[in-house]
Design a protein around this ligand. Structure first.
Ligand code: ZN
Length: 129
């Protein structure tokens, strides 16, 4: 029997305080996590990375970011880029949850993107026919 290997994976997020997509979707170029801190809660440690930079996209709520001994207010729609050495910690404000996406990728690993990497194909979905 021939097995069919698809070129995609789909995951529906369940209510979890943290979901790491690398294992669930088979990602090979980055780790993406969806995170939710309850109102008033903090990540219980300050961390940095050996080789990965991180991009945090705040989806909901507000809170504080500790970064290299600075403390910054953060809120929905903020996008934060942190180099590997940045010593960071997040907490949610007392008024509600802080929900954010974290994308983690190896520093200087991006080689091509958008127009340099994209290929326009000649097949079409039903809505373009
Ligand atoms: Zn991290």
């Amino acid at each position: 029997m021939k097995s069919i290997v698809k070129n995609y994976s789909v995951l529906t997020l369940k209510n979890a305080s943290r979901t790491e997509l690398h294992d669930k979707l088979g990602l090979t170029s980055c780790e993406i996590s969806i995170n939710e801190l309850p109102a008033g809660a903090s990540v219980p440690f300050v961390h940095s990375h050996k080789q990965n930079e991180e991009i945090y996209i705040i989806l909901q709520g507000s809170g504080m970011l500790f970064i290299d001994n600075e403390e910054l207010k953060i809120k929905k729609d903020d996008v934060i880029f942190i180099k590997p050495n940045g010593k960071r910690c997040f907490c949610a404000s007392k008024g509600g949850i802080l929900k954010f996406v974290c994308i983690q990728a190896k520093i200087n690993s991006l080689e091509q993107f958008t127009l340099n990497d994209g290929i326009i194909n000649d097949i079409k979905p039903s809505w373009l026919k």
